[in-house]
Every structure is written in C-alpha cells, then in structure tokens.
Design a protein around this ligand. Structure first.
Ligand SMILES: Nc1ncnc2c1ncn2[C@@H]1O[C@H](COP(=O)(O)OP(=O)(O)OP(=O)(O)O)[C@@H](O)[C@H]1O
Ligand code: SF4
Ligand SMILES: [Mg+2]
Length: 310
C-alpha cells in the first residue's frame, strides 16, 4: 500500500459538447472518460499518451481550471502547474521579477516578504539573480522554463502538474531541465504529475505510469511493471516507437500503429483501441473491457491482458 495519498482522481469524465453536437445529443467528445488515479507524497506519476488522448484536459481538471462532467477530485494541499510553452505563460511587458511578484501580491504577501521568497526560489531553480530584472525575451527557453518552475513552487505546493514541460525546449537543454526537476523533487519532497507523449522521458522521470488513449487509462502501475511487464497492446505500440533502454528489451517485437486516433464521439462502443488493435476480436468492438488487476500495483483495461503473445 502507498501511504500519504495527496491526489485522488475518482471516476472523472469530461465531455465536450460542440454547438453542432448539441443538436445531435450523442455527438460529443469524450476527452476524459472515467479516469481514476492517485498520487502519493513525493512520488511521480507519469501520464503518457499520444496527441489528443486527453492528458491536458485531465490536468486542467486537476488544477481546477475545468469542471469535470462527472466524478470527483480530492487534493491534500495546493497544486502548482508548469506548461509546455514558458514564453506564452509570461507577460512579455513585465520583468521576470514582477512576473514572480504578482502571484505573491495576489496572495496578500507584503513586498519585503515577497522579495525574500523570490530570491530564495530563484536560487532553488538555478535562476541567476541577474536575470530577475530582465524581460522574458531576453532569456533562453531553458531559463524561461526555470521562471515557470519558480513561479509554480513559490507558494510551496505539495504537487506540481508538469504538462510537457520540456517539449518546447531545445534538445540540448531538455535533459538538464529534467534533471533539475528530479533534484528539486528530491530536496523538497514534491509530488509530480508528469505529462508527456514520450514514453522514454516518462520512464526516466516516473515511479508510476498511467498510459492514456482516447480519454481512458489503458494501463497503469509501477514504472517497472508497465515498462517491462506491459500487458496492454497500446503500451506495446507506444514502446515500439521509442528506443529500448535496457539490452533485454532489444528483442521486443515492433508494433507500429498506423493512422490517427479515431474520433471520440459519444456513441462509440467497445474498446477505445479496437480499431487499431491487431488482437481485437468481435467482443472488443462491442463491449467495454473491464480494468483487470495484474499485480499489486498494475492494471490494464483489456479483455485479453495477460493472455497475449507479444
Ligand atoms: N475546449 C475544448 N472543446 C472541445 N474539445 C476539446 C477542448 N479541449 C480539448 N478538446 C478535445 O479533447 C480531446 C483531448 O484533448 P487534450 O488537449 O486533452 O489532449 P492531449 O492528450 O493533451 O494532447 P496533446 O498531446 O496534443 O497535448 C481532443 O480530441 C481535443 O480536441
Ligand atoms: S480489449 Fe481487445 S481491442 Fe482492446 S486492447 Fe484488448 S485486445 Fe485490443
Ligand atoms: Mg496536451
């Protein structure tokens, strides 16, 4: 059992109704569909899935920026957020110092105390003091992302939501930023929800992994079980697209998906992955697969999980 659960996402769904779809009530997008997960103190849950699988929608619900259609969120403490594009989250017309001061001001923190917090936080994220008086465009992408991270941790949240925090950065600074995040976590006991479409990056960062497809969690569990003992065909396909980290994984069969994720309209039935799954049978197209327990901390939503030859 994992202790000190900070975040519980309980059967959360988010359906988007477009204007046109309102007329035909079964035409809505099931962006997040019955998702449940937990994150414990100091732990990183990696959320991985291809574009459009619902990762950001789930993050926005957790951050309280979107109301779920159903289900509930419970959070112990506060949560901070870092998004993909640091430049767009900073006001181009104010200095870095001011961008950091503003949220503290909104929390009623006095100027002098704010200054102490800003200087201390800048040091924590390796943001040189001399950068504080500059404007966003005078900073590199990596430096801008440090500002976003500083802003996210200033008010001492227990959980950080990191939505593709390095995908807009140059490859050369990506690894450095990831290592800085790991270091920050170790020093301050932060928990992370780390979102990426890149399973290799998620594997590097995470204690536990949730694999999302079409708004649903396909496979979930501790990182080693999901990465090396995966049981869901979609996880296999995701792994096929990244180079293996370990020699024993080199013989892994390739399973490359073609085509895009199908539309997530409301009237679709059966397994979300069936249209692209080489193991799909008739039942898969007609019934929703249950979440199967495969071990102490390992589940997969597939009728045939555990019985497939990969
Ligand atoms: N405000 C909205 N209105 C209507 N549909 C939306 C809205 N926001 C997201 N969607 C749809 O919900 C689905 C999930 O989108 P989401 O942005 O959560 O995916 P994602 O996994 O974060 O993708 P990416 O990897 O590209 O960031 C997509 O089909 C998207 O078009
Ligand atoms: S339930 Fe069927 S279609 Fe879905 S992943 Fe499993 S085998 Fe494939
Ligand atoms: Mg996204």
């Amino acid at each position: 059992m994992r202790d000190n659960i900070l975040l519980t996402v309980d059967h959360v769904s988010k359906f988007f109704y477009t204007e046109r779809s309102l007329r035909k009530s079964n035409q809505y997008v099931r962006a997040v569909d019955d998702v449940s997960l937990t994150i414990a103190q100091g732990e990183t849950l990696g959320l991985v899935g291809e574009s459009g699988s619902g990762k950001t929608t789930l993050a926005r619900i957790i951050l309280g920026l979107l109301e779920p259609t159903s289900g509930s969120i419970s959070l112990d403490g506060t949560v901070g957020a870092v998004f993909q594009d640091p430049a767009s989250s900073l006001n181009p017309r104010t200095t870095i110092y001011r961008s950091l001061e503003r949220p503290l001001e909104l929390h009623g923190i006095k100027k002098k105390d704010a200054r102490d917090i800003i200087l201390e936080t800048a040091e924590r994220v390796n943001l040189g003091k001399e950068l504080l008086d500059r404007f966003p465009h005078e900073l590199s992408g990596g430096q801008q992302q440090r500002v976003s991270i500083a802003r996210a941790i200033m008010l001492k949240p227990k959980l950080l939501v990191l939505d593709e925090p390095t995908s807009a950065l140059d490859v050369s600074v990506q690894a450095q930023t990831l290592n800085e995040l790991l270091d920050l976590q170790e020093r301050f006991g932060l928990a992370y929800l780390f979102i990426s479409h890149n399973l290799a990056v998620v594997r590097y960062m995470s204690d536990r992994i949730s694999v999302m497809y079409g708004g649903k969690i396909m496979e979930q569990g501790d990182a080693a079980s999901v990465y090396s003992g995966y049981k869901h065909p979609y996880t296999l396909s995701l792994l096929s697209s990244v180079p293996p980290l370990h020699p024993r994984d080199r013989d892994r069969k390739k399973y490359i998906l073609s085509g895009d994720m199908p539309s997530l309209s409301g009237d679709q039935k059966g397994c979300r992955f069936a249209s692209r799954c080489k193991f799909a049978d008739e039942k898969c197209f007609n019934e929703e697969p249950p979440v199967m327990s495969l071990g102490e901390d390992h589940t997969a939503a597939c009728f045939h999980a555990g019985n497939l030859e990969f």
